[in-house]
Design a protein around this ligand. Structure first.
Ligand code: G3P
Length: 215
C-alpha cells in the first residue's frame, strides 16, 4: 500500500518527503484555499514539482462540459497531475487522463468508477463515520468487489483520521492510503518506543560518565 499525503501545504510535503515514504499527494479545494495562494495554477505547479508521484488536483466546475474542460487544463499542469473529480469523469478517462473519482461513499459508486476505467477511486472513510455509517466496512466491500471482479482501478482510502484507519486500510487491501500530516506524524509514534529510547540513552550516558570518572 502506498502512502499519500493529503495536504496543499508545501512545508508538510517537504517534511514527509524527508522520511522517504511519500508515494504521492492528494489535494482538494478546501486544502488549497487554506494556503491562500496568489495564483492557483502556479501553486498547483509548485505542488506537483515538489512530489515524486501522482498529485491529485480537484475540479471545481459544476456542469459536465465545464468539468471536462477544467479536467483537461488540470491534467496539463504537470506530468504527474491526476484529475480528481466527483462525477462525470468518463470523457476524461476516454482521453487517457488519469482520474481520481473522489467523494465516493458507496460500493455502487465505486463500481461505476471502475467500470468507466478511473485510475483511482477514493472512498471517504472518516466522513462516512461522521455520518454514523461504517467507513471501514464500505472500504472492505469495495476492495472485495474489486478483487472478485478483477478491476484495475486502484482503491485510494481517503479521509483517514488516525493510524488505525491506515492499518485497517492496509488489511482491507487498499492500494493507497492518503492522510493529513498529523496522521502521518502519528504513524511513527509509540509510547514504548519513547520510553525505550529514553532508557537506552540514560544507560549510555551513565556508562560514559562511569568510564570518564574511572579514567
Ligand atoms: O482530500 C480528501 C479527503 O481525504 C478529505 O478528508 O478529513 O476532510 O474528510 P477529510
Amino acid at each position: 500500500m502506498k502512502l499519500f499525503l493529503d495536504t496543499a501545504n508545501l512545508e508538510e510535503i517537504r517534511e514527509i518527503k524527508k522520511w522517504g515514504v511519500l508515494g504521492g499527494l492528494t489535494s482538494n479545494p478546501t486544502l488549497i484555499a487554506k494556503e491562500k495562494p496568489d495564483d492557483i495554477e502556479t501553486y498547483m505547479k509548485e505542488l506537483c514539482a515538489e512530489v515524486d508521484g501522482p498529485v491529485s488536483l480537484e475540479t471545481t466546475a459544476v456542469k459536465a462540459d465545464e468539468i471536462y474542460e477544467q479536467g483537461i487544463r488540470l491534467s496539463q499542469i504537470a506530468p504527474n497531475a491526476v484529475v480528481k473529480v466527483a462525477m462525470t469523469p468518463e470523457r476524461l478517462v476516454e482521453q487517457d487522463i488519469p482520474v481520481n473519482v473522489t467523494l465516493t461513499f458507496s460500493p455502487a459508486q465505486a463500481i461505476l468508477a471502475a467500470e468507466i476505467g478511473a485510475t483511482y477511486v477514493s472512498p471517504f472513510l472518516g466522513r462516512l463515520d461522521d455520518a454514523g455509517a461504517d467507513g471501514m466496512h464500505v472500504l472492505w466491500e469495495i476492495c472485495e468487489i474489486y478483487e472478485v471482479q478483477g478491476y484495475d482501478t486502484l482503491v485510494l482510502a481517503a479521509s483517514l483520521r488516525h493510524p488505525m484507519h491506515v492499518v485497517e486500510a492496509a488489511q482491507a487491501g487498499a492500494d493507497v492510503a492518503t492522510m493529513p500530516y498529523e496522521v502521518f506524524a502519528k504513524l511513527v509514534k509509540h509510547p514504548l518506543t519513547d520510553i525505550g529510547l529514553e532508557k537506552f540513552l540514560a544507560d549510555w550516558n551513565k556508562l560514559e560518565k562511569e568510564l570518564k570518572e574511572g579514567a
